[in-house]
Design a protein around this ligand. Structure first.
Ligand code: BV8
Length: 255
């Protein structure tokens, strides 16, 4: 079965601006559990959305810090997969490519993507929970959580917790990229977390061709122009290879 419909390749070949939003599904084939995958071991009794909150951290800073330390250890050995690499290739085939990720694992940057909009932050960075400034976490990992060397407050991961606002630059950059694109790729996300899930809706309302890449349907499947059912690690390479094979008609108008 042809994975990439010919008319989608034509849309991409005509597109001046392509915006991609990724969720934890794109990292699944790198061995990083998706956000809603059942948590294992000690963490199996907790729901991620109950730990990724300021209230949980205030109530039990050690528990939350240790959960992120465990997730950093899951991410550390992970390598970018064919899906991440295909987005790097695809970016080279279109005039403007903007990548927004909900993921905090840094795998897009390790694959070679640049100017990645980290909508929910990055688990590798640590900041002071009082001042908000980035701080190098102590390597020895003795204190859990460690304290800020400047003011003594707990350190915390530089991620956006539920109930916290998206950093302004990321929010504005992502919505601008969604509003102005010709094609919006929604990859490996259950499209349940807001305001990230609004991005596909904004792109659709602005007249973009929305493409969903996911083994399962999502709340956005109904308005997507193309629903490519399957793993990102298979579908995205087919997409970027089909586009690379098709010469760009420089006179073809964008949206
Ligand atoms: C905020 C960082 C306001 C932490 C995360 C409406 C508008 C605005 C807000 C809300 C709203 N309704 C509700 C809210 C509140 C809340 C929210 O959305 N709640 C949900 C549960 C309903 N949103 C917030 O709190 C946001 N903040 O709104 O602030 C505000 C404004 C001003 C002042 C004060 C406050 C902040 C949300 C950010 C939360 N942080 N991450 C951490 O990681 O620990 S979200 C976290 O969950 C991830 O980052 C990710 O974004 C999300 C999980 O989503 P997915 O990535 O989609 O993962 P999931 O497991 O769900 O799905 C995986 C998908 O992959 C599946 O579809 C699967 O089929 C697919 N898949 C599997 N394998 C593959 C695959 N696809 C392709 N290939 C494969 N191989």
């Amino acid at each position: 079965m042809q994975v990439v419909p010919g008319d989608l390749t034509a849309q991409l070949a005509r597109a001046r601006r392509v915006t991609a939003l990724t969720g934890s599904g794109i990292s699944a084939e790198s061995g990083v559990p998706t956000f809603r995958d059942a948590q294992t071991g000690l963490w199996s009794r907790y729901r991620p959305e109950d730990l990724a909150t300021p209230e949980a951290f205030a109530r039990n800073p050690k528990l939350v810090w240790d959960w992120y330390a465990w997730r950093r250890q899951l991410v550390a050995p992970a390598e970018p997969n064919a899906g991440h690499r295909a987005l790097v290739a695809l970016a080279g085939c279109v005039p403007t490519f903007e990548l927004i990720t909900q993921n905090v694992d840094g795998l897009h940057q390790r694959a070679g993507s640049v100017n990645v909009i980290e909508f929910h932050g990055n688990i590798a960075r640590t900041k002071c929970s009082r001042e908000g400034v980035l701080v190098e976490a102590p390597a020895d990992g003795t204190d859990s959580p460690p304290c800020c060397p400047r003011c003594g407050a707990w350190l915390r991961p530089d991620v956006v917790w539920f109930g916290e606002p998206i950093p302004t630059a990321a929010l504005e950059g992502a919505f601008a990229a969604a509003e102005r694109c010709d094609v919006f790729l929604s990859i490996g996300t259950s499209s349940q977390v807001y305001p990230a899930a609004s991005l596909a809706e904004v792109a659709h309302a602005a007249g973009a061709c929305v493409v969903e890449v996911n083994p399962l349907p999502t709340p956005h499947s109904g308005f997507a122009s193309f629903v490519l059912t399957g793993p990102a690690g298979t579908i995205l390479p087919a997409l970027s290879e089909a586009l690379a094979r098709r010469p760009r008609a420089i006179t073809e108008p964008g949206r």
